[in-house]
Design a protein around this ligand. Structure first.
Ligand SMILES: Nc1ncnc2c1ncn2[C@@H]1O[C@H](COP(=O)(O)OP(=O)(O)OP(=O)(O)O)[C@@H](O)[C@H]1O
Ligand SMILES: O=P(O)(O)OC[C@H]1O[C@H](OP(=O)(O)OP(=O)(O)O)[C@H](O)[C@@H]1O
Ligand SMILES: O=C(O)c1cccnc1
Ligand SMILES: [Mg+2]
Length: 594
């Protein structure tokens, strides 16, 4: 391979930006500016490449056909050389094991997949790069690539935000071998991290509980800028209520939240650093806020609190008189931070404003949250101010699922869990293992064998149904073979029906089988892309998040609980079971013993 390198610039080539961004994009005025500066690929555009359909662009400019492994391109070249490139194929994208020792996964990343597929084409620059990388390449192949697009691809997928289980194809890709194969790495890259983060967020959400707020604070610890943007987006999808990431707010419309850092407190070294102590009340009268706070400090006997901290809180309160949320652990949470906050809360109250609360960022968060709440209630009672006992308590500091579970066990008074590192880096499991496997070629099912049964692929063109029980919970996901009729339309064989018994078999363990009489049957796959066009309206991030939370609420509690969850049943129809095992037998070479 040649080592020469020409820097690549991918512009808004070949696309006439004749249509403004459509409503489904995350729009705010600011957002559009950000889009054009940072992500020059954003927007829906009328296609100019002949297929007449709507094309969408990936939100991230790195998402191009070259965001792939070299072997995809060398294989593509070989397929073309050997005239195998047009052979019809079917590929499944699925995972084998749910992450974090759990039994469920939240499927995310589909919108980016659809955008990537819809925009799929090699620019002139990219073709030149391929020519540089493979000097022996035939010019005919480069010519072929320059005209290649996704018009012959068809994608079926489960809805983004769905709760999904092992072995069920999340996406089924159909089309000529060359283009299906060229999808592999990029699609996996787009689905794996997105689904991992969404699942991580969903699990943290379950730990935190419905009535509490969960914020994502991970930007500084994320895996680079792209990791951070994806992490904020998919944490929100999976159940976070907001982020501290400003660009994610501007770009995706995620609610933005924040407090202040220790440096803001330590930057005040002495009282005199607070040059202006005054504040104007809602009626327009000026008060000395700092003196007023010190008055309460004396009245309450909090004489040992750190005055420079009180000065810092005053400075913040002057800036945001109705938004004071103080970080209270810089010097001593219970002997300085919380009392100082209360002095300012009283001063603000006196002149017609309301403080918001505190953030705890170290120490025993159970004990400190309870002790703070006690003090809020005590002072609130003393001065007969009702809302004091409800001051918001935000907790941060390396929170993760086990810590949150421990806090729940011990009891706490935390209202908001702000989670950074563990949420965005998925420290408990850094990758999801979605794979992309060939399951049919030229109409014939294909199988990939393995010593490990779990790695054997399920051959053939399959679709999935979710069968629900009488209590409204999903009982089992069932994969059945799908066949094409003479028109090329799909025809479902043995489709499960409400009220009719269905035999559901474990794909590899014959003795594990159940008969289900579903109360509701849900088709999981829908056609999302065909004939060069996106076939479904893309929901907003907000809609996908609501859908995700609703789907999680439908799953039986024991499947999603944190410790020792019950495995959810993923099964195959009798026809698929027979086809799989027949193919398996045919494919295993018979060993000869001597
Ligand atoms: N009640 C609790 N039960 C279980 N874990 C807790 C509890 N309170 C806090 N934690 C967790 O314990 C860890 C404490 O962190 P660490 O040992 O670094 O101390 P720290 O409080 O941050 O001290 P420092 O002030 O030195 O930074 C954090 O991960 C925090 O989330
Ligand atoms: O702990 P995380 O879940 O990653 O949440 C984000 C952390 O980032 C901030 O401080 P930083 O960690 O930068 O400094 P600190 O630990 O000294 O507070 C914040 O105060 C949190 O502690
Ligand atoms: O706003 C905050 O409190 C914040 C944001 C990011 C990281 N740590 C804290
Ligand atoms: Mg920290």
């Amino acid at each position: 391979m040649s080592q020469s390198f020409t820097p690549l610039k991918r512009k808004n080539d070949q696309i006439n930006n004749t249509q403004e961004e459509s409503d489904h994009l995350y729009q705010t005025k600011e957002l559009k500016r950000v889009n054009t500066v940072i992500y020059d690929h954003v927007g829906i555009s009328q296609s100019s490449n002949g297929n007449g359909g709507i094309r969408m662009k990936p939100l991230n400019a790195f998402v191009t056909p070259l965001l792939t492994d070299l072997y995809q391109i060398t294989m593509a070249y070989s397929l073309w050389k050997n005239n195998r490139h047009q052979v019809p194929t079917v590929f499944d994208l699925y995972f084998r094991k749910a992450p974090f020792g759990g039994e469920f996964t939240v499927f995310a990343g589909l919108e980016e997949v659809i955008r990537f597929v819809s925009d799929f084409h090699f620019t002139k620059d990219e073709c030149n790069h391929i020519r540089e990388m493979i000097p022996e390449v035939d010019e005919g192949f480069i010519e072929y690539l320059s005209k290649l697009n996704s018009s012959e691809l068809t994608l079926y997928a489960i809805k983004e935000g769905s709760v999904v289980f092992p072995r069920i194809p999340l996406i089924r890709v159909e089309g000529p071998m060359i283009i299906c194969q060229l999808m592999e790495t990029t699609l996996l890259c787009l689905v794996n991290f997105a689904s991992l983060v969404a699942t991580n967020a969903a699990r943290h959400r379950l730990a935190v509980g419905k009535d509490k707020i969960m914020l994502e604070y991970g930007l500084r610890r994320a895996q680079g800028p792209d990791g951070a943007m994806s992490a904020s987006r998919y944490s929100y999808l999976g159940g976070a209520d907001g982020t501290s990431n400003v660009l994610a707010h501007c770009f995706f419309g995620i609610p933005i939240k924040g407090t202040h850092a220790h440096s803001f407190v330590t930057s005040y070294n002495k009282e005199e650093d607070l040059k202006d102590r005054t504040i104007v009340d809602p009626q327009g009268n000026t008060h000395d806020l700092y003196e007023l706070a010190k008055h309460y400090r004396k009245e309450l006997g909090y004489t040992n609190t750190v005055l420079s901290e009180l000065a810092a809180f005053t400075a913040y309160a002057r800036t945001f008189p109705n938004g004071l949320l103080s970080l209270v652990d810089t010097y001593d949470t219970m002997n300085s931070g919380v009392p100082n906050f209360l002095c300012l809360a009283l001063a603000l109250h006196k002149i017609g404003y309301k403080a918001v609360g505190i953030r705890l960022d170290s120490g025993d968060l159970s004990y400190l949250s309870k002790a703070s709440r006690r003090l809020f209630t005590e002072v609130g009672k003393k001065y007969q101010i009702d809302y004091f006992e409800k001051f918001r308590i935000v907790a941060s500091n390396d929170l993760n699922e086990p810590t949150i579970t421990a806090l729940n066990r011990q009891g706490h008074e935390i209202d908001v869990f702000a989670i950074g590192t563990n949420l965005v880096t998925c420290q408990a499991q850094p990758a999801l293992g979605c794979v992309y496997k060939l399951v049919e070629i030229d109409g014939a099912p294909r199988i990939k064998l393995s010593q490990e049964t779990s790695k054997v692929t399920l051959p053939g063109r399959k679709t999935a149904y979710r069968l629900y029980g009488s209590e409204g919970h999903p009982l089992v996901d069932l994969l059945i073979l799908e066949q094409n009729n003479a028109n090329g339309d799909s025809q479902n064989n043995q489709v499960p029906k409400v009220g009719e018994k269905v035999l559901c078999l474990h794909p590899f363990e014959e003795q594990k089988r159940v008969v289900v009489t579903p109360k509701q049957v849900e088709l999981l796959h829908q056609k999302v892309f065909s004939n060069g066009e996106v076939c479904v309206p893309l929901p907003t991030l907000e809609q996908v998040r609501s859908f995700c939370l609703h789907e999680i609420s439908k799953i039986r509690e024991d499947h999603i609980r944190i410790s020792n969850p019950t495995p959810y049943k993923v099964s195959v129809s009798k026809e698929l079971y027979d086809s799989l095992h027949q193919l398996w037998l045919q494919s295993v070479p018979i060993k000869e013993l001597e």
